[in-house]
Design a binder for this molecule. Structure first.
Ligand code: M6R
Length: 608
């Protein structure tokens, strides 16, 4: 995730671009930069860190040109640094590009362009774009951009400036957002509407493969054959604050809805149909893996819950014993760590103090550490031996949602990767799981279309003081996460229990009307779970079930049920957590709580 902007009109471009970028900083703030055409040249200023750093630099070196592009970065390929900051240019500095997305085939393109004599100065995927445009430029920028994009695989929203056509910006999108703002004698491009709202409320919401040509004559939209696209202007009526959340009332709701994309992005280039898993960033060899006698998964909070699923999945597929631990406990319990230990730390922020301390402990004992994190260049990513990034994009709401589902995806990827190396399960089984993973994004979108029943449940239960979440096997791990979500944003006390454990004590708390959320997605445990539900029903509980389609037998036992689409039970947690996230969200709204910034909490816990 990054943010891009562009401006063409009578004003000085630089302040307009900086203001636009300030509205997009939520999309990433690893570096910022702008390029402006001035005195017949493209001038670029860019630097690592927040936008404020760039603003400081530009105070000393003011740009006066009235056409330019800008970028705020959330690093994916290449660490946050000055050289990896956008805009990127061709060697002669006559073409400048800003880009949001990932060019998946950038290595192939870079090799080819290098063989054609092009020189690369950054570690980014983006840098192939100005070189491609340079390669194809024969006097028409639009032609060159169309030809360049035909070579590119992956996702992109790009803005391109060319010195030779100094009154033009060409832009295009595919699988990354881009809007065009249309003002009086001026036009804008941006990754999100708030970046232009101070200047215009009239925008085009671009669809994939639509090209934009902005010039003094106005805005033209064309397809790849240069046929003009007649598109309706969208008039924005929301206030800027709401628009920053993409029209959603809260970041949490926006992030819940971003999950299908986050799942897809995290799988991209890692699980490819018909291919073995290749993880560029994990260099563990087959021989080293043979030596591993134990895996620890260590994390906090929601990331720990992802680890609980990771344990089951890795043991099942890779057949290595796995212990999962809360980082703040692990670090003080004298864990048995040797050179044969493989540790996996999971952390959205990559800065959680206890998780980092556990990682350092393992490193001190010469264990190998894989970090699963969402933040490029974070401490855990720098200190671990290997990194698997979750491509969830910046998560702003304190309650983790999309980071969690991508952590689950990371667990499946690692488990399958180890299983393939060890040949610990049949290839046909691995293939089935991979196919299931590749379909998960669509299934998650289906779950998101089924919110009414959850809203109704929230209306019914929001005044409860205590609740239970029950599940068996993987459902138990999801129950833990559902219970945490409810606690942290709605302040309702809840407990998660393994279905079979209830009768060993906690069932004493069940009385008339006690709300129980019962997860029953695991086929082989379904009957057992139904029995546990009956036990609480007999004692007066109100039970809301979560089951897989076709398991409608559960309707006989529960008061209400929501079905998730049919998937392999091992993959069900990715879907069954979504209704629980939505439930905590709607309960929190109903109670009037601060959804995105719940009391007493912080997004990144950097103290122990
Ligand atoms: O950044 P991390 O993933 O290391 O954070 C771990 C926990 O602090 C975090 O998951 C926390 O539990 C969230 N607020 C849960 O929604």
């Amino acid at each position: 995730m990054c943010g891009i902007v562009g401006y063409l009109g009578p004003r000085k471009a630089s302040p307009v671009l900086l203001e636009g970028l300030s509205k997009l900083e939520y999309r990433g703030y690893d570096s910022a930069g702008i390029a402006v055409i001035e005195d017949g040249k493209i001038k670029v200023e860019k630097c690592k860190g927040r936008l404020a750093n760039l603003q400081e630099k530009l105070k000393k070196n003011e740009f006066t040109g009235s056409i330019g592009i800008g970028h705020t970065r959330w690093a994916t390929h290449g660490e946050p640094s000055n050289k990896n900051s956008h805009p990127h240019t061709n060697e002669s500095g006559t073409i400048a590009v800003v880009h949001n997305g990932i060019i998946e085939n950038y290595i192939v393109l870079r090799d080819w362009l290098t063989s054609e004599g092009y020189k690369f100065v950054s570690d980014t995927d983006t840098e192939v774009i100005p070189h491609l445009v340079d390669y194809y430029y024969k006097g028409d920028l639009l032609d060159a951009v169309i030809k360049a994009t035909k070579k590119m695989e992956g996702s992109y929203a790009i803005g391109v400036l060319l010195k030779n056509e100094p009154d033009k910006i060409v832009a295009v999108r595919k699988d990354s957002p881009l809007i065009v703002g249309v003002g009086e004698n001026e036009s804008f491009i941006a990754s999100d509407i708030p970046a232009v709202l101070n200047y215009t409320r009239d925008v085009y919401l671009l669809d994939d493969n639509e090209y934009v040509v902005m010039s003094g004559e106005g805005v033209t939209l064309v397809d790849e054959n240069k046929n003009v696209i007649d598109k309706e202007i969208f008039h924005v009526t929301w206030d800027a604050d709401a628009a920053e959340k993409g029209g959603y009332d809260h970041f949490m709701l926006k992030e819940i809805h971003e999950q299908p994309k986050a799942i897809k992005d995290t799988l991209t280039s890692r699980i490819v149909k018909g291919e073995k898993i290749k993880l560029d960033s994990i260099t563990l060899t087959k021989e080293q893996l043979q030596d591993v006698d134990r895996i620890y998964i260590v994390a906090c909070g929601t990331a720990y819950h992802a680890g609980v699923i990771g344990k089951s999945v890795i043991e099942k597929l890779a057949k290595v014993p796995v212990e999962v631990d809360i980082a703040s406990e692990f670090r003080y319990r004298d864990p048995l760590i040797t050179e044969k230990t493989l540790m996996i730390v999971i952390s959205q922020s990559g800065e959680t103090a206890d998780t980092l301390a556990a990682l350092r402990l393992a490193k001190k004992e010469n264990a190998r550490v894989i970090a699963v994190t969402n933040v490029v260049g974070s401490s855990v990513s720098r200190e671990a031996d290997d990194v698997l990034y979750t491509w969830a994009g910046p998560e702003i709401a304190v309650a983790s949602t999309k980071a969690y589902v991508t952590q689950l995806i990371a667990m499946y990827i690692i488990a399958l990767y180890l299983a393939e190396m060890k040949q610990s399960v049949r290839e046909s089984e691995i293939k089935k799981i991979k196919d299931g993973l590749l379909n998960l994004s669509e299934r998650a979108a289906e779950v998101l279309n089924n919110k009414e029943i959850i809203k109704k449940l929230a209306d019914k239960i929001y005044e409860e003081k205590d609740m239970f979440f029950l599940g068996r096997g993987l459902d138990y791990a999801v129950a833990m996460e559902g219970s945490l979500k409810l606690k942290e944003i709605s302040y309702i006390h809840s407990e998660s229990y393994a279905g079979g454990e209830l009768k060993h004590g906690p069932i004493a708390l069940i009385e008339d009307g006690t709300v129980v959320i019962a997860l029953a997605t695991q086929e082989d445990l379904f009957e057992k779970m139904v029995s546990n539900v009956k036990e609480v029903k007999t004692r007066g509980a109100y039970v809301f079930g979560i089951a897989m389609e076709e398991h409608d037998y559960i309707e006989k036992t529960v008061d209400e049920v929501i079905y998730i689409p049919r998937v392999m039970p091992i993959l069900a947690p990715v879907l069954s957590v979504i209704p629980l996230q939505l439930l905590s969200y709607y309960v929190s709204i109903k109670k009037g709580c601060d959804v995105d910034k719940p009391r007493n909490l912080a997004k990144s816990v950097t103290v122990e």
